[in-house]
Write a new protein. Sequence first.
Length: 174
Amino acid sequence: MKKSHANQNIILTGFMGTGKTTVGRLLAETLSYQLIDTDVWITERTGRTIPQIFAQDGEAGFRALEREAAAALAQRTGLVIATGGRMMLDPHNARVLGKTGLVFCLVATPKEILSRVTEDPKGIERPLLQVPNPLQRITDLLNERRPLYERFPQIITSGKTIQQVVQEILFALE
């Protein structure tokens, strides 16, 4: 990594199931950075799961917690930050975190996203996919969010190993 990027944060954004946390883990290890998953950061601080926060405080309450996370993490360096799928679509969060380093948007096909989230051994609850046709829902949401995600450099994760994706990010940092 160039000296100009040393200790700068690397922020990974993108739709659920594109590999933000998985890629972030190996990237952080490779760079000797700390990985912060913003959803985990929020759940640890509130003592509640994301579905509980949505149920009790609504989406607005959760988005406020994401803004708190962005502000707190922007005070730190040497982080790989894996954000929630919509966190960086908020212009405030994108501006605050973007000042601390480089943002990459991980991208995958709708079919691969569905496969990854349904095969997740952790069985993470995905409220957005509790619909009769989850593949169509993923496609619709991707189309809706595409213009916002395209503001960031795109890294395709479909059909690639975690190592290949990390190497592509490292190359982009040079």
